[in-house]
Design a binder for this molecule. Structure first.
Ligand code: OOB
Length: 534
């Protein structure tokens, strides 16, 4: 079995007694709806094919049996890199039933990320589409399987090429040993604090709670329709309530080909969509396009989180779309806060609301872990029934990332209003939040420093009208100065995902330093901000 930092027994008992944890496992989540006498639509895929709960359930059973026949067992991690598709749901539920935790990679991850994930998890298999958005995943998978010895199977949704087709894996359903509710159900990726993103173990107990509570919080039920516009491999669209929460409550999930207005707006009416999750730049895009379409948004609840969401834009959701907003703060690690449906408009627009669970513990502290006065800004620390107790297999990192009593140091700077609503004010972690996509500065720096023309490098955020932030690489050159395009193609050749490539290059003879001798990134951020806005 997988060895990971689970919840201490004293806390597990408390969460069970309070009724948050009910001994459920995620593989069982759609059984009830599959057994209903009337067929119910679970998923409408990007080719408008409609999958009933019974079909999805049977497919997951056949896949689980097939995975087992391949030798994939309870506790064996499997890297899953599928786009939004019915196969994503079937494969994930099959792996939940088997107790073989998927490691959810994003569709735009490339060799650098996937090799790392396979190695960090010691994955036994890697599941991919054949071609998606013009990218052929099969050569990538062949390379990954060649490099990472533990990866024994490459499984392809579609034309398998040299690898194995998912459809050929399916087998007659068989009894499975099944996981324990306290087991790791799957791994998510952290946005990163230092260096490479870490693996986040999420248990059946904790995620089943998250699904149930987020659905209740948004009154999302069997009559609701969720439009999965963002990648369902990301926590926000996977389970807040997202794909899995919708399947839990018996609703319908619609998978558009992309989050663009062209692909989504007609579906909103045709499928009577009630909930969608968007990142702030997409809200802007939807607002700019809405006038060109004749769509009734009045039933739609728009869930926005992942990055700072400007109040001026938030207000336009009401005035221009006639839709409703729920404003979220979330992290793959666990903690979710959000504005409730009956909150006053001012609260919805200006704050990220209150924690999901009455037993979420939140502290706001200074740089010596002392609680700041009420209303002051400080780092958010948190502990609770769906927040991890340790990243996977990185004890040294965990010693710094958690307090001795198990609070996660979020790296986010927040304050609370007198009414108890949280407001994110900034962050101290070394991450660029590129419109909701997280770029770990250290990860990009570690690759850039290996370029022969780079003597020193510091990657920082710079302001951007559309994305909020973009990535700037400051470089002290060695010999002839490199250009931005040269550095970008170098990073691409190293297998780094496109969204992590720097958007701008600044050359300098040397970096400013702080009193303790570290590169002064705050100063570099200010200098580039002055140049791009000035
Ligand atoms: C969501 O999850 P991640 O893991 O991609 O990123 C977490 C980080 C937070 O630590 C914070 O730095 C930032 O994203 N963030 C926000 C924010 N919501 C998240 N920063 C400013 N304002 C906000 N409202 O991003 C995520 C997961 C589940 C639901 C929603 C978002």
């Amino acid at each position: 079995m997988l060895d990971f930092d689970g919840f201490p027994e004293e806390f597990a008992r408390r969460y069970r007694e309070a009724g948050y944890w009910r001994g459920e496992t995620l593989g069982e989540l759609l059984r009830r709806w599959a057994a209903a006498p009337e067929p119910r639509v679970a998923i409408v895929d990007d080719e408008q094919r409609r999958w009933t709960y019974a079909e999805l359930d049977a497919w997951a059973d056949r896949l689980a049996a097939g995975f087992r026949a391949l030798g994939i067992d309870r506790g064996d991690p499997v890297v899953v890199q599928l786009p939004n598709s019915a196969a994503f749901a079937a494969v994930s539920i099959a792996l939940f039933r088997l107790g073989a935790p998927p490691v959810f990679a994003l569709p735009n991850h490339r060799r650098n990320e996937i090799v790392y994930l396979c190695e960090a998890a010691e994955a036994v298999a890697y599941v991919i589409p054949d071609v998606h958005q013009g990218f052929d995943y099969r050569p990538l998978a062949a390379e990954v399987a060649g490099r990472v010895k533990t990866v024994e199977h490459v499984l392809v949704d579609g034309d398998p090429g040299e690898a194995t087709a998912l459809r050929d894996v399916e087998a007659e359903p068989c009894p499975l040993p099944g996981p324990d509710p306290a087991d790791v159900a799957f791994f998510l990726l952290s946005g990163g604090t230092t260096g490479l993103p870490k693996l986040i173990p999420r248990t059946h107990d904790d995620y089943a709670y998250q699904l149930r509570a987020t659905a209740e919080g948004l009154r999302h039920d069997e009559n609701s329709t969720y439009l999965a516009a963002l990648p369902i491999a990301h926590n926000a669209a996977l389970g807040c309530p997202g794909l899995l929460g919708t399947l839990l409550v018996g609703g319908k999930v619609v998978l558009p080909p992309s989050p663009s207005p062209d692909d989504c707006f007609d579906l909103i009416e045709e499928e009577a969509v009630t909930l969608v999750t968007l990142m702030p730049p997409l809200v802007l895009m939807w607002l700019e396009s809405a006038g060109f379409y004749d769509v009734d948004f009045s039933r739609l609840l728009i869930q926005v989180g992942s990055a700072r969401f400007a109040p001026e834009v938030a207000r336009r959701i009401y005035s221009e779309l006639g839709a409703t907003l729920t404003h979220w703060f979330g992290m793959a690690e666990g903690l979710l806060t959000f504005t409730r449906l009956d909150d006053p408009l001012d609260v919805i627009i200006h704050t990220q609301g209150r924690p999901l669970c009455p037993d979420d513990e939140l502290r706001v502290v200074d740089d010596r872990d002392r609680d700041v006065p009420a209303g002051a800004i400080g780092e958010l620390l948190t502990r609770g029934p769906y927040t991890l107790r340790g990243y996977y297999r990185v004890p040294e990192h965990n010693a710094k990332a958690f307090t001795a009593d198990g609070f996660l140091r979020t790296g986010d700077l927040v304050r609370f209003t007198p009414e108890g609503n949280m407001v994110v004010e900034g962050r101290i972690k070394d991450v660029i939040n590129r419109g909701g996509e997280k770029v770990s500065a250290g990860e990009v720096e570690d690759l850039l420093i290996t370029h022969p023309a780079v003597r020193e490098v510091a990657v920082v955020a710079m302001p951007d009208k559309l994305l909020g932030e973009r990535t700037c690489a400051w470089v002290v050159p060695r010999g002839e100065a490199p250009g931005l395009e040269a550095l970008r193609s170098f990073l691409r050749s190293q297998g780094l995902a496109d969204y992590k490539l720097p958007d701008r290059l600044e050359l300098t003879d040397g970096f400013p330093h702080t009193k303790v001798g570290k590169v002064d990134k705050a100063e570099l951020r200010e200098q580039v901000a002055a140049r791009v806005t000035g």
